[in-house]
Design a protein around this ligand. Structure first.
Ligand code: KG4
Ligand code: ZN
Length: 420
């Protein structure tokens, strides 16, 4: 039966095939994620052609599992939502084509969602789920007497903006997110000029002979090193070259313009990756990294699923100090620029989301700094930090209420920007 506010969302922008059913943007009935990590791990990063092939394989069973776990049929749904960008073109196309076919076959409206907006809504979904338990969420107000879903009473009141840091393998972006009368409005405040923070984690892990994705390995091993052993520094970013009209260097930098951004809120993570490489060469740590990769991942005696203890056993104290120092510097830079933006904009609420938001040191230091400044900070649960489709369904809900539907000619936009 339609009218419950059920959205089936599909996410396939990178290396996870995901589908979820969420009620009224506030109650997750199911969230299924098929990870391709094992496919890409041996290459140390995502291989786009393999990603598309794996999405093709996974999309039907993943959507079926999401419907079955939610205990709903296609006939119960009110809309289909899909990530339309940014991401890998071929990967996005698999989700979009499937969502369009489903929408066409069922006659349901199709809603296009920006992946970055999805990450922001991962935090909001968590907040709505806990508010619902206490009866506070405006999202969960019941439908009208006739059962119709109307915008009145179903959207957050125009309220205070939040500063959102989206920090993942593909993105490091700062937005001011405003809930307006009938939707959300985003203003880009800062972003990376080159690598995303998660990309730096993955590249450093790779050069140290650790697994893919590198973030969770570095997160776990950093606990055993001295974060002040190697004083990595981030210099103040100079935007002149970019402002002179030079093309941005990486995919992450292409998703948003930088012309009017305050250089204090711009990030750059390619330098620290090079600094770690120099340190490794200077201290002759490369043979050790190669031995570690062999012992953990490629050698004949490598364990089927290496654990943190396995990795620890292959790291000397100098490597652990390097790992801890790298993480300390990256988190410190994210912290410094996010709170500089918070202060400059007078934001009282910070949301940190995306795969890197799963990081323990990041959560601890952001929480402590927010408390020191008497502002609030929120993170998604670990499952909602990395890519998933529940966040896409949550972001689609205000668009559903606003009848902001996609055209049947919707196509993938690999460098889709969010906000102005
Ligand atoms: O959001 P996500 O799943 O995909 C993208 O949209 O990119 O983020 C994946 C990224 C990877 O770079 C991964 O290394 C990083 O998030 N990551 C972490 C942690 N867990 C995942 N980085 C640091 N610490 C973690 N615990
Ligand atoms: Zn993501």
């Amino acid at each position: 039966m339609r009218g419950r506010g059920l959205i089936l969302a599909i996410e396939s922008s990178c290396d996870e095939t995901a589908a979820a059913v969420v009620e009224r943007g506030a109650r997750t009935l199911s969230s299924v994620v098929a990870s391709q990590i094992s496919t890409h791990a041996r290459y140390g990063g995502v291989v786009p052609e393999l990603a598309s092939r794996e999405h093709l394989r996974a999309i039907v069973p993943v959507v079926r599992a999401a419907l079955a776990q939610a205990n709903v049929a296609l006939a119960d749904l009110d809309a289909i939502a899909v990530t339309s960008g940014p991401g890998l073109a071929g990967a996005l196309l698999v989700g979009i084509t499937y969502a369009k076919a489903l929408a066409f076959a069922t006659g349901l409206p199709l809603i296009a969602v920006n992946h970055l907006e999805g990450h922001i809504h991962a935090v909001l979904l968590n907040e709505r789920e806990s508010a619902k338990e206490t009866g506070l969420s405006p999202y969960m107000q019941p439908p009208n007497e006739d059962g119709a879903l109307t915008p009145e009473g179903n959207l957050p009141a125009a309220g205070e903006p939040s500063l959102a840091l989206v920090v993942s393998g593909g993105h490091t972006h700062l937005y001011l997110a405003h809930p307006t009368a009938n939707t959300w409005h985003y203003v880009l405040i800062g972003r990376t000029l080159d690598d995303a923070a998660g990309e730096a984690y993955d590249k450093v892990a790779k050069l140290l002979g650790l697994g893919y994705p590198g973030g969770p390995w570095i997160d776990a091993l950093a606990l055993h090193g001295n974060p002040r052993a190697v004083p990595f520094a981030f210099s103040q970013i100079k935007t002149k070259l970019h402002l002179a009209g030079k093309a941005p260097r990486t995919k992450a930098a292409k998703t948003a313009p930088i012309a009017n951004l305050d250089p204090h809120f711009l990030f750059s993570f390619s330098g620290i990756k090079t600094a770690v490489l120099r340190y490794v060469e200077l201290h002759n740590l490369r043979p050790e990294a190669e031995a570690r990769r062999e012992a953990l991942f490629t050698g004949l005696d490598a364990p089927a699923q290496p654990t943190v203890e396995d990795a620890l056993a292959t790291c000397d104290p100098q490597t652990l100090d390097l790992i801890a120092s790298f993480q300390h510097a990256v988190v410190g830079d994210l912290l410094k620029k996010t709170f500089a933006a918070q202060e400059s904009l007078g934001a009282r609420r910070i949301l940190v989301t995306g795969g890197v938001a799963a990081n323990r040191e990041l959560r601890r230091r952001f929480t402590a700094e927010a408390a020191r400044r008497s502002v609030s900070v929120a993170f998604p649960t670990l499952a909602l930090s990395t890519d998933n489709a529940a966040m896409i369904a949550a972001a689609a809900w205000p668009r559903f209420l606003a009848r902001d539907f996609a055209s049947p000619s919707l196509s993938a936009d690999p460098s889709l920007a969010l906000g102005g």
